[in-house]
Design a protein around this ligand. Structure first.
Ligand SMILES: [Fe+2]
Length: 198
């Protein structure tokens, strides 16, 4: 099988009180598992079988929408689990902070714009910090779409599908996004992706 569900990189209750055990159980064990299972079924017998997740996402975009939806969501969630950690948020690694200040204006503006991108994404989707043509940009996308299909490399993303926050925050998406930025982001993982992309 090309797509495989990874283990969470922390215990299910490790992100409390910002993200509950119940949310992670449903989100990882049910939602991500469904993208993996449906993605594998849709991939079977196509010429993309055995390619990397990134290649499948890019190649299926605009050509095979059902496969793209599931492959995109698999890619997004693979990173999403790693974009969070217990006791996350806090200081941004120096090189990224410098790049945020030069490309976006300030750390405060990055946080505001990132939260606003998530709040402003109508319906399901994602908000992103991505590197495009050497510059960091805030982006947002609907459903399973991501910056890969817009010529950019995501280095941070947040899931704004209701399954990501409704158990813990009900309809308060902005509160979820603020908690994500201030208390959940795993900046070491963001730094790893930033270094790989530059
Ligand atoms: Fe999700």
């Amino acid at each position: 099988m090309t797509f495989k569900l990874p283990e969470l990189p922390y215990a299910y209750d490790a992100l409390q009180p910002y993200m509950s055990k119940e949310t992670l159980e449903y989100h990882h064990d049910k939602h991500h598992q469904a993208y993996v299972d449906t993605g594998n079924k849709l991939l079977a017998g196509t010429e993309l079988e055995g390619k990397s997740v990134e290649e499948i996402v890019k190649a299926s975009y605009g050509k095979n929408q059902p496969l793209f939806n599931n492959a995109g969501q698999h890619y997004n969630h693979l990173h999403f689990w790693n974009w969070m950690k217990p006791n996350g948020g806090g200081a941004i690694p120096g090189a990224i902070e410098k790049k945020i200040v030069s490309d976006i204006g300030s750390v405060e503006k990055f946080k505001e714009d990132f939260v606003q991108a998530g709040v402003g994404q109508f319906g399901s989707g994602w908000a992103w910090l991505a590197l495009k043509n050497g510059k960091l940009e805030i982006m947002k996308s609907p459903n399973g779409e991501n910056p890969l299909v817009h010529g950019a490399t995501p280095i941070l993303g947040v899931d704004v599908w209701e399954h990501s926050y409704y158990i813990d925050y009900r309809n308060r998406r902005a509160d979820y996004l603020k908690a994500f930025v201030e208390n959940l982001v795993n900046w070491e993982y963001v730094e790893k992706l930033f270094n790989e992309a530059t």
